[in-house]
Write a protein that binds this ligand. Structure first.
Ligand SMILES: *[C@@H]1O[C@H](CO)[C@@H](O)[C@H](O)[C@H]1NC(C)=O
Length: 346
């Protein structure tokens, strides 16, 4: 074998190894679509450093934070956990009207944590599309995007907002999905922004709430355990409510010039207590979340084979959550870090 041949060979071996490495990185990524929301509306949660350890212990590789919680951000330094960071609803008005405010927010909460792996900035959570804060969302997204671009982070971090499916006028069957007309002044600029920046739309999605609001839906269909597909929609069959809601939002986006958008499910979950005793059980919560984790590795009937990036709500039971009693019982873990029910992220 000639020397030149050997020389030629070694770089190609390096590139094969590189390729393999890249391939494995891609495989790991697609296998790990699941994150967990780190909600902190409680007075008894463990210190942030212990929470990060718990994420690592359970191999939870993504986290949603609702606002710039500096203890959490500090604890995340140097970790591989990918983070969705929220801009607090209370800051939207100020940020929407001032580029300096947006720049400060990004400097203090993103740029200063350059060893944290931010993936998305969620500008506002579940803003009422016809409420007083609605007009601030689009402009606040633009200003945060400007700040992110100025900081040279536009390729790493996408800017979006988290909505909920109440924005749908129609959702059944999924192909008829459309947005409420009176929500379009809120949604259209957001959709335009997301399309322009190739950012995903974040959607908080709870088959649980649809189920308790409409007893036409079977519990099995809501829990991913239906043995058959009770919903036929043209050529597509729906075996679970999660897919049906998600595809209804995709259909609505198509009708609003958002057909190119990807949806990230920024919240989903099932309460383990606090409601109807037949429904809000640990067993049902375990079934829902276990099936959710498995299910999102594939796609929906409308988008088969496209893994659905999904964030389970929530890491802990949060004892200071307001509203229905169930709100306090969405956690995968008790504040003492014991699991509420067995759950496997691998
Ligand atoms: C949204 O805001 C409008 C106007 O203030 C109000 O009538 C409506 O009840 C609100 N909807 C929700 C879901 O809070």
């Amino acid at each position: 074998m000639s020397k030149s041949h050997l020389v030629a060979k070694s770089p190609s071996r390096v590139s094969i190894l590189l390729l393999l490495g890249l391939l494995m990185a891609t495989l790991t990524k697609t296998g790990a679509q699941i994150g967990v929301c780190y909600g902190t509306v409680a007075n008894n949660l463990p210190p942030a450093q212990e929470v990060i350890s718990l994420y690592n212990q359970y191999n939870i590789q993504r986290m949603r934070l609702y606002g710039p919680n500096h203890d959490a951000l500090q604890a995340l330094r140097g970790s591989n956990i990918e983070v969705v960071l929220g801009v607090e609803n209370e800051r939207l008005q100020d940020i929407s009207s001032s580029q300096d405010s947006a720049n400060d927010w990004v400097q203090n909460n993103v740029v200063n944590y350059n060893d944290v792996k931010f993936k998305y900035i969620a500008v506002g959570n579940e803003i009422n599309a016809t409420g007083p804060d609605a007009p601030f969302v689009g402009p606040a997204m633009e200003r945060i995007q400007n700040a992110i671009s100025t900081a040279g982070l536009a390729n790493q971090i996408k800017v979006s907002t988290a909505v909920y499916p109440i924005i749908l006028e129609k959702s059944y069957p999924p192909s008829t999905g459309s947005f409420r007309q009176n929500y379009r002044p809120f949604l259209d600029p957001i959709i335009g922004f997301l399309v322009g920046n190739q950012s995903p739309l974040l959607v908080n999605m709870y088959p649980y709430f649809s189920y308790i609001q409409s007893r036409d839906i079977s519990l099995e269909y809501a829990l991913f355990t239906s043995p058959s597909a009770p919903v036929n929609d043209g050529d597509l069959q729906y075996q679970n409510l999660f897919d049906a809601i998600l595809d209804a939002v995709y259909s609505a986006l198509e009708k609003a010039e958002g057909g190119s958008l990807k949806i990230v499910v920024s919240e989903s979950g099932w309460p383990s207590d606090g409601g109807d005793r037949q429904v809000t059980t640990k067993e049902n919560a375990r079934i829902y979340n276990s099936n959710l984790i498995k299910h999102v590795k594939g796609g929906t009937p409308k988008k088969p084979g496209n893994p659905i990036e999904t964030y389970v709500f929530s890491m802990f039971n949060e004892n200071e959550k307001q509203g229905e009693a169930t709100e306090k019982h969405f956690g995968l873990f008790f504040p003492n870090k014991e699991p509420v029910y067995p759950i496997d992220f691998n």
